[in-house]
Design a protein around this ligand. Structure first.
Ligand code: NI
Length: 183
């Protein structure tokens, strides 16, 4: 396994629509997924999309650990808010409710920054695993956010493009000061 170089905002690969995957037997695909998982964990990210490692194909990896979900959820509520390490190929998102929720996001392609992004809070997503098996899940909270953030990468969208208030685009190192002033 190899830690791959992460493309940063401004690289053209992050701004274009990625292509559907058709050849699941391609051994390069398996290697890419292994490298993406290692790269994501090494960088302490919650997710990574293939274009971020310079591969313009519709593939994301992510995990939504319980530690990043809202505290105070019951066990059954928490189910939709969390996801194990997931490899998702050719994903499609369906918004289940018009309600949106704001949350701070970061991105390995936009290092050092955090931004407040409003997104649909309740979604269903479908796609395929690396073995071609079907994946279909309901997602809420952080789980819904990470899936939407990663899938945006496949359409050439970075989270700052989803922001409506750029006063809430801040350096991570200033978070403490920002919260003191605004909370
Ligand atoms: Ni990202």
């Amino acid at each position: 396994m190899t830690i791959r170089k992460i493309a940063r905002m401004g690289h053209p690969v992050l701004g274009k629509r990625a292509q559907e995957i058709t050849d699941f037997a391609d051994p390069e695909l398996r290697r890419l997924v292994e490298d993406m998982v290692e790269t994501m964990i090494d960088a302490n990210g919650a997710g990574l999309a293939a274009p971020q490692v310079h591969e313009a194909i519709r593939l994301v990896v992510f995990q939504a650990a319980i530690g990043r979900a809202d505290p105070g959820l019951s066990e059954s509520e928490a189910f939709d808010h969390t996801a194990p390490l997931t490899v998702l190929v050719n994903p499609v998102i369906e918004v289940l409710s018009p309600a949106t929720e704001g949350g701070w996001e970061g991105c390995l392609s936009v290092p050092g920054l955090r931004g407040w992004v409003e997104r649909p809070a309740h979604i269903r997503y479908r796609g395929m695993g690396l073995d071609g098996s079907k994946i279909e899940r309901i997602a809420k909270g952080f789980h819904a956010r990470v899936v939407q953030h990663e899938c945006d990468h496949l359409d050439g969208i970075l989270y700052p493009q989803r922001m409506t208030d750029l006063t809430k685009l801040i350096f991570e190192s200033e978070t403490k000061h920002w919260l003191e002033q605004n909370d």
